[in-house]
Design a protein around this ligand. Structure first.
Ligand code: DON
Length: 310
């Protein structure tokens, strides 16, 4: 793509999509997330040549939620290798909501169908090396610091505790997985690490940087250092295509066609080979748990600049 989007165009697009924020709802099943402001919207695009264009509330920090599943998968692959990870978690999309439990009953030996649904993501968190939840989360944070070059990124402890106290479904998924030896050790400790992982807080500028690193085959844009092995970056982007937007992944692939991962705080991270990283924030969600405004913006961007990989 020769032509780059201008800041003015991005600002206009944000204004145009703002009314759609009222078509969705803020996630409140994690009580602390309900405090988010539906009017806060932001977008950032980091091109592979280092140019960055952004608009809106780019300083607003939000928690990664399910976007963390891609980053945790990259770290679990680095820690354990591909064979270990995929002996315990599958590679197939489900077409089910992200917290669904019922497919675990349908396969023997039981294993979560992929690392982007909660069952798979909980198993992946369990695999990250570290003796304690804090050690695991500390390693994940260091990984994120390396990817963003910002060592001030932390997890939001209010959001983490709020989720930990109310995560009854995730607890039941973990007990099921423990029964079937997909996870080892303490359920409460794994849930502690997972909820802290989901609560890592950053803004769209950080997120577009992580998206760009995946698009750059796992290499840091400035130093060229290989932070994620190319093959693992490719695995993560493939999951973003097949399962990144949950049971809306198919329609998103058709309408937008950009590898992307969403989270219930309203963030979406896109990663496009040969282009860069795209991050959108808009906390109002549709019925599948994806950012309403995020989907609109990504669709506009993809159509205008012909970005679909298909
Ligand atoms: O496990 C949960 O419920 C959250 N911490 C993450 C869910 C999430 O972001 C799903 N996204 N669309």
């Amino acid at each position: 793509m020769d032509e780059k989007i201008s800041t003015t165009t991005l600002e206009e697009w944000l204004e145009n999509v703002k009314p759609f924020a009222y078509d969705g709802q803020i996630a409140d099943y994690i009580p602390a997330l309900a405090k988010q402001n539906p009017e806060e919207l932001a977008v950032s695009i980091l091109y592979l040549d280092g140019d960055c264009v952004y608009a809106g509330d780019v300083e607003t920090c939000f928690t990664l939620q399910s976007i963390s599943k891609v980053i945790a998968l990259a770290l679990a692959l680095i820690d354990n290798g591909e064979d270990y990870v995929f002996e315990r978690v599958g590679m197939e999309p489900t077409g089910d909501p992200f917290h669904s439990i019922y497919r675990l009953e349908q396969h023997r030996p039981s294993k979560p169908l992929n690392p982007m649904i909660n069952a798979g993501a909980l198993a992946v968190s369990n695999m990250i090396h570290g003796q304690t939840p804090d050690e695991k989360v500390g390693r994940l944070l260091s990984f994120i610091h390396e990817m963003t070059d910002d060592h001030s990124i932390r997890f939001n402890s209010e959001v983490a505790s709020s989720e930990f106290e109310t995560a009854f479904l995730n607890r039941s998924l973990l007990y099921y997985l423990k029964q079937h030896k997909v996870v080892t050790g303490s359920v409460e400790e794994t849930l502690d690490a997972y909820t802290k992982q989901c609560s890592v807080e950053l803004n769209v500028l950080h997120l577009s940087k992580i998206g760009a690193l995946f698009a750059n085959e796992g290499r840091d844009l400035n130093s060229g250092r290989q932070i994620i092995p190319k093959h693992f970056a490719r695995i993560c982007k493939t999951f973003m295509v097949t399962c990144g937007m949950y049971d809306a992944s198919g329609s998103f692939a058709i309408k937008v066609g950009i590898p992307a991962k969403s989270g219930v705080s309203g963030g979406v991270m896109g990663s496009l080979n040969g282009f860069g990283g795209i991050a959108v924030y808009g906390p109002s969600l549709d019925s599948k748990g994806n950012s309403v405004v995020g989907l609109k913006l990504l669709e506009m961007l993809s159509n205008r600049y012909d970005l679909s990989i298909f």
